[in-house]
Design a protein around this ligand. Structure first.
Ligand code: CO8
Length: 259
């Protein structure tokens, strides 16, 4: 089904807005990730496009991360296909020549946090929303490239704590450890991103892109050089009986939280 990723290209400014649109929580399944990859590839080759704002069309949610249902009681084949789609979406985003900004207007756990961290700049809404890599709380382990991106964002010590605890941070806490760059009231996130973009757009693209690429190349190469091995590892790990049991318990706790 198409339409889970809305792209709004402003050819006057060269800024595209990409909104995830998979209610209720923008969880990332195979379809969404495939659509996101394709959208990013299109913008990458669109010479009129210089920048991209990654945002959500669902109020109160940036993205709930990977669709847990893609990992629960799935098949090895589906797991590998799903993981390849995630790898490709991430390689396209983290390696993008565009200026990429995350407008985090809601919750952003796990895969949502990965997408946000993979942008060049993050503005988050103040208030009740949380961001972080909470994988250990689900009894799963953040892949090495999630860890790499977090290391590049907040440094070794904070990453150690964040990952072991599966810590979820408020916007203010995230700001204090450098996980986001700016915190503003929810209704000002977009305008703040637009203001920040002005400074980035003043920099000649070629010099900025070479700089960005050289900073990110090592981390990108580490996954690119072992995509198949990484996908196989994911499928083997996630389908372990003990891991399935943890995921089952986590899904039940999500449901229980509601009633
Ligand atoms: N996947 C699938 N379904 C989800 C997810 C998800 N990630 N998150 C929420 N849902 C479902 C809920 O179960 C609920 O379903 P239903 O209506 O059928 O009961 C529905 O979406 C709405 O959710 P809530 O009622 O909880 O909505 P709230 O607005 O109250 O809360 C939150 C939104 C804060 C996002 C909350 O739903 C939440 O915390 N969700 C869990 C997020 C999470 O833990 N994601 C982790 C995913 S794992 C990941 O991204 C990286 C994995 C790396 C794998 C490595 C292995 C080697």
């Amino acid at each position: 089904a198409a339409g889970h990723v809305q792209v709004d290209m402003n050819s006057d400014t060269g800024v595209a807005t990409v909104r995830l649109n998979r209610p209720p929580v923008n969880s990332l399944n195979l379809d969404v990730l495939t659509e996101l990859s394709i959208a990013l590839e299109k913008l990458e080759t669109d010479r009129s496009c210089r920048a991209m704002v990654l945002a959500s069309a669902v109020p109160g949610i940036f993205s709930a991360g990977l669709d847990i249902m893609e990992m629960y009681k799935s098949t090895p084949e589906r797991c590998v296909a799903f993981w390849r789609a995630l790898q490709d979406a991430w390689l396209n985003l983290y390696g993008s020549r565009l200026i990429t900004m995350a407008a985090i207007e809601g919750h952003s756990p796990a895969g949502g946090c990965l997408l946000a961290m993979s942008c060049d700049y993050r503005v988050m809404a103040d208030g009740k929303f949380q961001i972080g890599l909470n994988e250990t709380r689900l009894g799963i382990v953040a892949p090495f490239w999630f860890t790499d991106v977090m290391l590049c964002t907040i440094g070794h010590r904070e990453t150690e704590k964040a990952l072991q605890l599966g810590a979820m941070y408020s916007a203010q806490q995230a700001l204090s450890i450098g996980l986001v760059d700016k915190v503003v009231p929810a209704d000002q996130v977009m305008s703040t991103v637009q203001t920040e973009l002005k400074s980035w757009l003043q920099i000649p693209d070629a010099a900025r892109v070479i700089t960005k690429t050289s900073m990110r190349k090592q981390v990108l190469d580490r996954l690119s050089s072992q995509k198949e091995k990484d996908a196989q590892f994911f499928a083997d790990f996630i389908l372990r009986e003990s891991v399935q049991k943890s995921l089952g318990a986590y899904i039940a706790s999500l449901q229980k939280r509601k009633s």
